[in-house]
Design a protein around this ligand. Sequence first.
Ligand code: HEC
Length: 113
Amino acid sequence: MKRRPIGFALLLWAGMTSLAYGQAAQTPLRGDAEAGRQTALRGCATCHTVPGGPAAATDTAPTFLGIARNPQRNRADVTAWLMEPHMPMPNFQLTVREIADLAAYIDSLRGTP
Ligand code: HEC
C-alpha cells in the first residue's frame, strides 16, 4: 500500500515526459517569420541580401529571395543547412528557435514577386 503512490507518480512522470518528447518530435517549431527577418538583418545581411534591407557587401552568397524561389530548396533544407556549420558562413551557434524563425522567414518570401 505504501509504495503505491510513488509507483503511480513514476508512471505519471514517465507518461508526461514521453508525451513531451513525443510532441517535440512531432510538432517542429513553427517559426516566426518577422523574428527571422530581424535575425537575418542582424546576422546574415552582410552576405545574403535581405529584401528591403541593404544590399549585401558580397555577391558570393545567394539572396534570400533567390533561396526562397529555388524549387530545389524547401523549408526543411534551409533548416538542415542552418543546423550545420558551413564555410564561409561563420558558425553562428543559432538556437533551434532562431533556425525555425529564419526558415519561416525565408519560406515566407517564396510567394514574393
Ligand atoms: C560570411 C558570409 C555569410 C554569412 C554572414 C551568412 N552566409 Fe549563408 N551562405 C554564404 C555563402 C557564400 C553561401 C553559399 C555557399 C555554397 O553554395 O556552398 C551561403 C549559403 C547559405 C544557404 C544555402 C543556400 C542554398 O540554397 O544553396 C542558406 C540557407 C544560408 N546561407 C543561410 C544563411 C543565414 C540564415 C545566415 C544568417 C544567420 C547566413 N546564411 C549568413 C555566406 C554567408
